[in-house]
Design a binder for this molecule. Structure first.
Ligand code: HEC
Ligand code: HEC
Ligand code: HEC
Ligand code: HEC
Ligand code: HEC
Ligand code: HEC
Ligand code: HEC
Length: 280
């Protein structure tokens, strides 16, 4: 059985969920399903085309920051048109002063650049890689702005996602030799959710790793890379956590060797046992 405890960030609500054990969670609500993007009511001009139905959860194979580029993985996510951001729906007409004094790209421009450029880039990359079926989103106007106009389908489905420190303990029945691991979930949202939750479809409840990787002893000898150990919980965690941290560490050292410093360096991620395991 999984056993995890979450330490709440104080300004977040406590939600208690029973999954065999009580969890205190600092969470945020992740909208899943499809949302409809449309011109704000007070936009300077009436919308000319159909609003855009955007399947949010079809995009979770990317890092959240691919689109929410100003998000730190911690504070609540702000809409793209928030004041100080892409708050002008349209670019000001030539000769017209930008009243907000905001030099940031217009919302229409930002959407077209982010959405269409990625769809185009994905298609180009997959073609170049010789793949037969191209999996991407629309590039043509009518793909996003269908004619006749599409229905507004803002789905209200959402998923509670823990943001603070998740304490990962070994499954029931394991005689632990190391302290538990305090895992800062939100610090990892710069990566795609599926980098870790590899079996997740972007919509359903997220299952703990150890609900599938539930073997408490290795069956394929001590080598965690052995195929026979795939369902051994320790192999699952170490193969994901430690492998990425080692890769980050290598990149960091390589960058240091090139004379990079400070913010130009990749982030430091612990590779030593005590960097993850609390003193037991
Ligand atoms: C392909 C682009 C894209 C990706 C990737 C993406 N989102 Fe979004 N997300 C959007 C857009 C567009 C909106 C609508 C924003 C708006 O209305 O201004 C949105 C809205 C949201 C909102 C609601 C914000 C509000 O205004 O209330 C949350 C929360 C959110 N996303 C979280 C996430 C998280 C967490 C991830 C990573 C799993 C993610 N998103 C990945 C594009 C994306
Ligand atoms: C970083 C790349 C990326 C960005 C940014 C992105 N998309 Fe996509 N989009 C994709 C890919 C890849 C798919 C295909 C996903 C699949 O089918 O599994 C897709 C699928 C779609 C589809 C579904 C098409 C279908 O067949 O159902 C729509 C609609 C869509 N995107 C709209 C948008 C809009 C609107 C935005 C901007 C708010 C956006 N996308 C931003 C990569 C991206
Ligand atoms: C990948 C999706 C996507 C594609 C492809 C796309 N747009 Fe958009 N477009 C958007 C989004 C998102 C918005 C902002 C939400 C809205 O206004 O519906 C938008 C807004 C607009 C607007 C302002 C709102 C309105 O209805 O008047 C115009 C005009 C527009 N697009 C024209 C075009 C034209 C012309 C093309 C083809 C050259 C095109 N778009 C292709 C996603 C797309
Ligand atoms: C670096 C790995 C990693 C990344 C990236 C990651 N998670 Fe997690 N997540 C975990 C681990 C580990 C747990 C703790 C439960 C466990 O041990 O399986 C967890 C727990 C969760 C839970 C609670 C599950 C439960 O048992 O109640 C949800 C929901 C969740 N993650 C959603 C997400 C979403 C959405 C994203 C993308 C924004 C994401 N995670 C990104 C590793 C990750
Ligand atoms: C729904 C069940 C399920 C969940 C939940 C799950 N896994 Fe897995 N995992 C599997 C299965 C089955 C395999 C072997 C087949 C495969 O590669 O998909 C696997 C394979 C792996 C592998 C080996 C991959 C490789 O390429 O050899 C690792 C590492 C792993 N999982 C880690 C994790 C971690 C970490 C989590 C939690 C963040 C997790 N898994 C959640 C079922 C699951
Ligand atoms: C895909 C790469 C990746 C994976 C997978 C990953 N991490 Fe990390 N981890 C990072 C990076 C990058 C940082 C540094 C983040 C930062 O400082 O913003 C980090 C930081 C940390 C930190 C230190 C936080 C601090 O306060 O300094 C801990 C602890 C940690 N990770 C634990 C884990 C655990 C446990 C797992 C597996 C469940 C895991 N990580 C999986 C990349 C990863
Ligand atoms: C990047 C984070 C990370 C690093 C670094 C790390 N571990 Fe782990 N380790 C985990 C996670 C997550 C688990 C699963 C939760 C648990 O069992 O405590 C785990 C589980 C274990 C377990 C099984 C549980 C137990 O207590 O017996 C052992 C043994 C272990 N690790 C040893 C080590 C040793 C030795 C090192 C240093 C060489 C190390 N770990 C480094 C994340 C890490």
């Amino acid at each position: 059985m999984k056993r995890l405890f979450l330490i709440a960030v104080p300004w977040f609500a406590f939600v208690f969920i029973f999954t065999g054990l009580a969890l205190a969670e600092a969470t945020f609500e992740l909208p899943t399903g499809t949302m409809t993007l449309q011109a704000p009511e007070d936009a300077e001009h009436k919308a000319t085309l159909s609003s855009v139905n955007f399947p949010h959860s079809l995009h979770f194979s990317y890092s959240c920051q691919e689109c929410h580029h100003a998000w730190d993985g911690n504070a609540p996510i702000q809409g793209c048109g928030t004041s100080g951001c892409h708050e002008n729906f349209w670019v000001p007409k030539p000769g017209q002063a930008d009243e907000s004094g905001n030099k940031v790209k217009s919302l229409v421009g930002a959407y077209h650049q982010a959405c269409r450029d990625c769809h185009r880039k994905e298609a180009d990359q997959q073609k170049a890689a010789g793949s037969k079926s191209i999996v991407t989103g629309p590039v043509a106007c009518a793909g996003c702005h269908p004619d006749p106009h599409s229905e507004v389908v803002d789905s209200d489905e959402a998923l509670s996602v823990p943001m603070g420190i998740v304490t990962i303990a070994p499954p029931e029945g394991v005689e632990a030799t190391r302290g538990t691991v305090g895992f800062p979930h939100g610090l990892h949202f710069q990566f795609a959710c599926k980098a870790c939750h590899h079996d997740w479809d972007g919509e359903s409840e997220v299952e703990a790793c150890s609900s599938c990787h539930n073997e408490t002893e290795p069956t394929g000898g001590r080598n965690i890379k052995s195929e026979d150990n795939v369902m051994y919980y320790l192999a699952a965690y170490h193969n994901v956590c430690v492998t990425c941290h080692r890769d980050m560490d290598k990149e960091r050292r390589a960058a240091m060797a090139q004379g990079k410093t400070g913010a130009d360096l990749p982030k430091a991620a612990p590779v030593n046992c005590s960097g993850c395991h609390s003193p037991s």
